[in-house]
Design a protein around this ligand. Structure first.
Ligand SMILES: [Zn+2]
Length: 143
């Protein structure tokens, strides 16, 4: 049994799950797949403008892993645009996080929640220091 992949945290549900180019009959339509975690990577890096390091932290993966996810996501989207393929958004290795993100201050140990979609806090609201850590939620093994 292989080591299970660590799940990536996804804060935004894309909602739309299928993009299709106009004017191509279904029989000729080729399809490519973007996973939910790849879609989240595009949102963080290319839509919100996060650095790979910050985006990786949002998703609970290293900068290098984030780099691989975003590279594959961009290639998939480019393939669809260049070759006129439909994009199906589904699957992947992810867990939705809701209720916000938890941060902890390394100086005074204060911890607090920041809503998803808000900028990463740059200072502790208690002591004003900027040595902050993201506290990752427990993974739900059933999902
Ligand atoms: Zn503090």
């Amino acid at each position: 049994m292989g080591r299970p992949h660590k799940k990536r945290y996804v804060a935004h549900n894309p909602g739309v799950s299928y993009f299709k180019p106009r004017g191509i009959p279904m029989v000729k339509l080729m399809e490519t797949r973007l996973t939910i975690d790849e879609c989240e990577a595009l949102r963080l890096a290319d839509y919100e403008g996060y650095s790979h390091e910050d985006a990786g932290e949002e998703m609970g993966v290293s900068r290098a892993t984030f780099g691989r996810i975003i590279e594959k996501a961009r290639k998939t989207v480019a393939d669809a645009l260049i070759n006129g393929k439909a994009i199906r958004i589904e699957g992947g290795n992810y867990q939705f996080v809701d209720g916000g993100r938890r941060f902890a201050c390394a100086c005074c140990k204060h911890d607090w929640m920041a809503e998803c979609g808000t900028p990463r806090p740059d200072a502790c609201p208690e002591c004003g220091e900027n040595d902050l850590e993201r506290v990752m939620p427990e993974l739900d093994e059933n999902s």
